[in-house]
Design a protein around this ligand. Structure first.
Ligand SMILES: Cc1cc2nc3c(=O)[nH]c(=O)nc-3n(C[C@H](O)[C@H](O)[C@H](O)COP(=O)(O)OP(=O)(O)OC[C@H]3O[C@@H](n4cnc5c(N)ncnc54)[C@H](O)[C@@H]3O)c2cc1C
Ligand code: SF4
Length: 562
């Protein structure tokens, strides 16, 4: 039987990841009474295993087939024996796809902090080149805000998150407020210099949420390497030990863990959201919680799933969906092309795992197609950047045996590998809907995801592979291997755009403050609101937008609008 908790919160925030953490911090510190509902369990420093050697694990981190039994999708990326129980169980919480459009929905975290527990931490600003791209090339819709609207919030978020990197003064990739960069390896420096000299492209330090200086009680990174297992010195940004911790410390935020939100409760007579219905994941009992405002921050697909599951007589196709665009224009970066090549080791010595310092970041190659002050590129719209890293290993594949093999295997092999991240155009045909025939173990209808590459993505992927080879060659790499695979199964960790923002309520779900056009006390503050998904990684912009929207919400709250 459904239990109703009669306490009335000012705000319910659903999800404690990048966006939810900031929403709670900003609003709780401003004095609102916040309930944070998180589907996952609590996170704690005791769970962090970044210094634990594999031989202390039951399966030595060498038995992926065991993980695949419960997490066949999640175990494809960033999920291993160290952290598997932070991720959703794919069998208990499935989703579906059409048979000809497989999609790997990875990074479904079920723990405080969400994806920020395991993310790659690359933080890149968007610019007006992105926000106003549709006006320039005619594809999709402009964002209903400009860079100048977001710039103060980028500054605010960066000062708190702590982003290491270096200034490059690139118009379409604005500099952040940086801590000193994590130094490049000799090979990365060589690569950077030669690519600039020969091709005029910018290879910069990865701009990453890894501290190089102390910040708010968090220590600088000591280069142990595997941030996706947690960090006892809190040197990378994880909302579990930053924004959420601050919100709880304010005394105004209550974290309710294991709370799987099913739907938003609606007072149809007054066209208001008045709380949420959630399933307690431990007891499996439904619970209702009431509030004056509801903010969904559950990650783009999860938030839209909640809205679709909240349909009412007035909104039969999903709550706040008078426009009909809810669920459509799903975008997620293509990243199935890149390359690698070998460089002189320059005195770098190989070491077995954990045997030496392992810096957690590498390089970023700024977009060079369709950029300001150059003619439009003929093969495709928009652009891509690359993430890259170098490593020095033993020559495990050396031929021979005996003493000769022992000698040969010690010869260091230094490799740089780069992976492209390309913008996917927002298209109506890429969408999510509820699958009427499938529910998760909590009885909640699941999503069916329809996603496939179009012509533009295919042309971009090919170019990403070709350009990777070109740059490695320009840098003098040997044994170059470049690739450009079709992205099937389609996958990405940067999904966006299925409840898009816009000025016109007829073709958008949210306004520029991520408030639904249809229901004034309902907000969606994750990447679901992105009208497009530029090639830069999204999370810095998710956080900056969220804080801006919270400030708007606060000002409306003070005017008693809600
Ligand atoms: C391996 C990996 C690498 C990445 N690397 C980068 C990178 O380098 N740079 C970058 O910008 N981005 C990166 N990302 C993406 C980044 O992590 C996300 O963009 C960001 O965390 C999204 O924030 P969010 O608040 O929307 O969702 P999340 O951070 O995922 O948080 C959502 C939270 O909501 C909870 N939740 C979901 N459904 C419900 C429900 N029904 N009820 C209650 N709670 C719910 C989840 O349990 C989760 O804790 C990476 C992601 C992954 C997985
Ligand atoms: S590499 Fe740095 S940020 Fe990552 S876990 Fe180690 S100390 Fe923490």
């Amino acid at each position: 039987m459904t239990q109703r908790q009669h306490h009335l919160y000012d705000v319910i925030v659903v999800g404690s990841g990048a966006s939810g953490g900031w929403a709670c911090k900003r609003l709780a510190e401003a004095g609102l009474k916040v309930a944070l509902l998180e589907a996952g369990k609590p996170q704690s420093d005791e769970n962090f295993t970044e210094h634990k050697p594999p031989f202390e694990l039951k399966y030595r981190n060498k038995a992926p087939e065991i993980l695949r039994k419960t997490r066949p999708i999640q175990s494809k990326f960033a999920c291993d024996e160290y952290n598997a129980d932070w991720f959703a169980n794919d069998l208990e919480e499935p989703y579906t796809t059409p048979s000809d459009k497989p999609f790997d929905w990875m990074g479904r975290l079920r723990i405080t902090g969400g994806r920020t527990n395991v993310w790659g931490r690359l933080c890149l600003r968007f610019s007006d080149w992105d926000f106003k791209a549709a006006s320039r090339d005619g594809c999709g819709e402009d964002w209903p805000l400009s860079y100048k609207d977001l710039q103060p919030y980028y500054d605010l978020v960066e000062r708190y998150v702590g982003i290491s990197g270096s200034e490059e003064t690139i118009e379409h990739l604005p500099d952040s407020f940086f801590q000193p960069p994590i130094p490049l390896t000799c090979q990365e420096t060589l690569f950077r210099e030669r690519v600039r000299e020969k091709l005029g492209r910018v290879v910069t330090h990865a701009r990453a949420a890894n501290l190089t200086q102390p910040l708010n009680g968090r220590g600088p990174c000591h280069y142990c390497g595997p941030c996706e297992r947690g960090c006892m010195t809190h040197s990378y940004f994880n909302s579990a030990f930053t924004t959420v911790a601050d919100a709880l410390a304010s005394g105004n935020c209550m974290l309710i863990s294991n709370a799987m939100v099913y739907k938003v409760l609606v007072d149809s007579a007054h066209n208001r959201a008045n709380g949420v219905l959630y399933i307690d994941r431990v007891t499996r009992q439904p619970q209702e919680l009431l509030s004056r405002l509801v903010i969904l921050c559950a990650q783009a697909q999860e938030s839209v799933r909640i809205l679709l599951n909240s349909a009412t007589r007035e909104f039969p196709n999903g709550l706040a969906n008078s426009s009909g665009v809810l669920g459509h224009y799903l975008t997620a970066h293509v990243r199935s092309a890149g390359g690698s090549g070998e460089f002189p080791s320059m005195g770098t010595k190989p070491s077995v795992e954990g045997g030496g310092p392992r810096k957690p970041t590498g390089v970023y190659i700024a977009r060079f197609r369709n950029i300001p002050n150059s003619p439009p590129y003929k093969k495709f719209l928009r652009g891509y950047g690359y993430e890259g890293e170098s490593s020095t290993n033993f020559d495990w594949k050396a031929p021979g045996f005996g003493i000769a093999y022992k000698k040969a295997v010690r010869v260091p092999r230094t490799t740089i590998s780069i992976t492209g991240f390309g913008e996917v155009l927002p298209r109506w045909e890429n969408f999510v809907e509820l699958d009427p025939g499938v529910k998760d173990i909590y009885g909640i209808p699941v999503l069916k995801i329809h996603m496939a590459d179009g012509e533009n993505e295919r042309a971009m992927i090919q170019d990403m592979g070709d350009s990777a080879g070109e740059m490695l060659e320009a840098a003098g790499a040997k044994n170059i291997c470049s690739y450009a695979h079709p992205s099937a199964p389609r996958w990405a960790l940067h999904e966006a755009g299925i409840a898009r923002m816009g000025s016109d309520p007829k073709n958008s779900v949210l306004n520029q403050f991520q408030q639904t056009h249809d229901i004034k006390n309902l907000f969606v503050m994750d990447a679901a609101g992105f009208p497009s998904n530029p090639c830069q990684n999204p999370t810095l912009t998710i956080m900056a937008l969220c804080v801006r929207s919270c400030d708007f919400l606060m000002s409306e709250f003070k005017r008693n609008v809600f």
